[in-house]
Design a binder for this molecule. Structure first.
Ligand code: ADP
Ligand code: MG
Length: 398
């Protein structure tokens, strides 16, 4: 789960990381009150709050250029804000559909001397958090990594010991800090690592982290992602979830404890177990199809969950076929069968459905389906099932 920049900055501030003063607004009638909190001669940046990067270079569908704008006066800030709020911003990261801007953040403009890049994430191979820093901030870090990898410093942190002072110094030196700014950088690093660790973050990315002309180190942008599986430990973070920016179907799935991820293809998969879900998607692709989603109903799903899973799948207009692939272990095949039948009673299944059941209570499951009168195609192996659904979808669309 990702949170908006203004929430991320509030969290960073709690950890002693310096961020610019700012105020978030959700409607036009809050503009004046929000702007009155800045000194009259202040230079204000208006920032669109969406969960995608590249906002600075983004373009609104109404033609307005830039989702992050430096303004010269409060009047201009207000005019810019009117152009942004409620409109759809397209950036290199949003895809062509863009994202509707529902929140704006007014913030003090810093006097930037230099922009740095800083990120903390989990290095799965090393099984340790890694801090990635570069003196080339504000730009595409992928580009720096490709063209000048020597400008990137990586430091692994031993999770049992935490960030050591010598490691923080190594990063600050590596970025060329000295004097009082050096101490500011150490303090920022310490706070950033602590947020990452305490809140079970999967990513803390500050691009840019800046050195101001006054010699302070300030986080100008903040992207924080959290491990969904650890959110139950952080209700205060879970409360920051922005449902407007999440796939409706994913939100609905999480209410039913289903692991669901929308994909771009047209063959929906309903599977139990993440490994089986991955191989089901692979084999659909092998036969020339494209999965519409990843849906793992888990080991112990009940009829209600299976019904919910079906409804979520069927609410997706791009779905042209469904493949149910269940290996009955803890999850019994008859439970799945009952779920399919219950779902078919409440929502009409208008696309081809291929079902492959195997394992515990398989005969009962198949018998229930056969007696239900539902029009579906049974398959007896994963390959058989994948090939059948790919062909059915192809026939339908030709
Ligand atoms: P994004 O990465 O989505 O484009 P950023 O928050 O990084 O959005 O803003 C883009 C650029 O705008 C930054 O690299 C920085 O140069 C400038 N910027 C952002 N916030 C401020 C600020 N408070 N003061 C001065 N410049 C800013
Ligand atoms: Mg940025």
């Amino acid at each position: 789960m990702n949170i908006q920049e203004y929430h991320a900055k509030a969290l960073l501030a709690q950890y002693g990381v310096t961020v610019s003063k700012g105020v978030a607004v959700q409607s036009e009638n809050e503009f004046d009150q929000a702007l009155s909190q800045f000194p009259d001669d202040d230079i204000i940046v208006v920032k669109s709050q969406i969960l995608a990067g590249g906002r600075g270079k983004g373009v609104f569908k109404n033609g307005f250029q830039g989702g992050v704008k430096l303004t010269r006066s409060k009047r201009e800030a207000k005019r810019v804000a009117e152009k942004m709020l409620g409109n759809t911003l397209v950036t290199p990261q949003t895809g062509p559909a863009g994202r509707k801007v529902r929140t704006l953040y007014f913030t003090h403009a810093e006097n930037i001397a230099h922009e740095y890049y800083l990120a903390i994430l989990m290095d799965r191979e090393a099984a340790k958090p890694v801090i990635i820093a570069s003196s080339e901030g504000g730009v595409d870090i992928e580009e720096v990594a490709t063209n000048s990898p020597e400008k990137i410093t990586k430091v692994h942190v031993d999770p049992t010991r935490g960030l050591q002072p010598y490691q923080a110094r190594q990063i600050a030196f590596g970025l060329g800090f000295s004097g009082s700014a050096f101490a500011g950088m150490l303090k920022s690093l310490e706070g950033l690592y602590q947020v990452f660790w305490d809140k079970d973050a999967s990513l803390v990315e500050i691009n840019p982290l800046v050195l101001t002309r006054e010699g302070t180190v300030v986080a100008l942008d903040a992207k924080i992602g959290f491990d969904d599986n650890a959110l139950f430990r952080h209700p205060e973070i879970a409360a920051l979830r922005d449902l407007n920016e999440e796939d409706e179907k994913e939100v609905e799935a999480s209410k039913h404890n289903l692991s669901y991820i929308s994909l771009d293809g047209n063959i929906a998969c309903l599977v139990n177990g993440a490994g089986l879900a991955m191989s089901t998607m692979d084999i659909i692709k092998y036969f020339g199809g494209e999965p519409a989603n990843f849906l793992d109903v888990g080991g112990g799903a009940d009829t209600e969950q299976v019904t919910a899973a079906f409804k979520i799948i069927l609410s997706d207009p791009k779905v042209k076929g469904i493949l149910v692939n269940i290996f009955g272990g803890i999850m019994k095949c008859d439970t799945i069968a009952r779920g399919i039948i219950a779902a078919a009673r409440s929502v009409e299944i208008t696309v081809p459905l291929v079902v492959r059941l195997e394992g515990t209570h398989v005969e009962l499951g198949q018998e229930l389906l056969a007696r239900s009168g539902l029009s579906l195609v049974s398959a007896d192996s994963l390959a058989d099932a994948a090939e059948k659904i790919v062909n059915l979808v192809r026939e339908d669309s030709s």
